[in-house]
Ligand binder design. Structure first.
Ligand SMILES: [Zn+2]
Length: 282
């Protein structure tokens, strides 16, 4: 549904009493301090966004209530000056709609009590979006139906962190940050890729022959996928793996005084194995 405008030609009165049919009242005699606008069966012309008149009648407040809600803007032309207010609340009574208004723009001035011709229109805040599964910070996606969106519970962005519960497929995956040492520059790295969903730990082993693996690896990785690389430090003494299991790696070396760097890789088992080559779907 395209946005439509509700336009009216009527009279402005400054009063807090109930307006007669075809009138609207401000609740104060000065534009700048008006905080309320009461409309009573004001005749409206309804315009589509292309300017076509698509309807005219006494305004049907019931059918426009939603689009006249919070976020709408009231525009008025009075004595040759243009004004607008933001609508902060809408209260609907019998034939009468009261708009709470704020943020007046336009010249300040006094409204003389009495009938004054005024043209005005209300720019709706837009039709209420129909968002299925709506909740804070969820990213919406198209549904293929006009006006219908779906908020994805597995895709959440809070303004700084994007959280995806699922898989990210991308051509590249980078970080891009202010350069840590060179002003006026940025720094961009891309991730290292491989044909598995893998994890690693690395470090240095000195004075012990056991590398403890993270305790949660028991449920995170396939035990038989663990591989270890060792690099001797400060001597050519050959280091080797004596045994591995899901919780530790036992190291040995020729001289008996272990001193080495290590890299340990393993493949995750909490998710399906990566299907590396697959038939394209087009
Ligand atoms: Zn050694």
């Amino acid at each position: 549904m395209a946005n439509t405008y509700q336009q009216g030609y009527s009279y402005v009165l400054s009063s807090t009493s109930t307006p007669a049919a075809g009138e609207y009242y401000l609740n104060n005699t000065t534009w700048t301090s008006a905080t309320e606008l009461k409309l009573n069966n004001v005749p409206f012309l309804q315009f589509a966004t292309n300017g076509d008149v698509v309807g005219s009648s006494d305004v049907d407040f019931d059918s426009y209530y939603g689009s006249m809600g919070v976020g709408s803007v009231v525009f008025a032309t009075f004595s040759g000056s243009s004004y607008s207010w933001d609508v902060t609340d809408v209260t609907e009574g019998t034939n009468i709609v009261t708009l709470d208004i704020t943020n007046l723009t336009g010249p300040s001035g006094t409204v003389t009590v009495g009938a004054r011709p005024v043209s005005f229109y209300i720019q709706p805040s837009g039709p209420p979006a129909n968002i299925a599964n709506d909740a804070n910070n969820r990213v919406t996606t198209a549904t293929g139906t006009a006006g219908e969106l779906n908020a994805e519970s597995n895709l959440v962005f809070d303004g700084s962190t994007l959280t995806v519960t699922g898989t990210i497929n991308a051509t590249t995956k980078n970080f891009d940050i202010p350069h840590p040492t060179k002003e006026e520059m940025r720094l961009r790295y891309s991730v290292l890729e491989g044909p598995e969903i893998g994890v690693y730990i690395r470090g240095k082993i000195t004075g012990t022959n056991i590398i403890e693996l993270p305790d949660y690896w028991t449920e995170l990785v396939h035990e038989d996928s663990i591989t270890v690389q060792l690099t001797s430090i400060n001597s050519p003494c050959v280091h080797h793996v004596i045994s591995t299991n899901i919780s530790k790696v036992e190291i040995g070396c020729e001289c008996g005084e272990i001193d080495a760097y290590y890299n340990i890789y393993a493949e995750r088992k909490d998710v399906d194995k990566l299907e590396v080559e697959y038939t394209k779907n087009d």
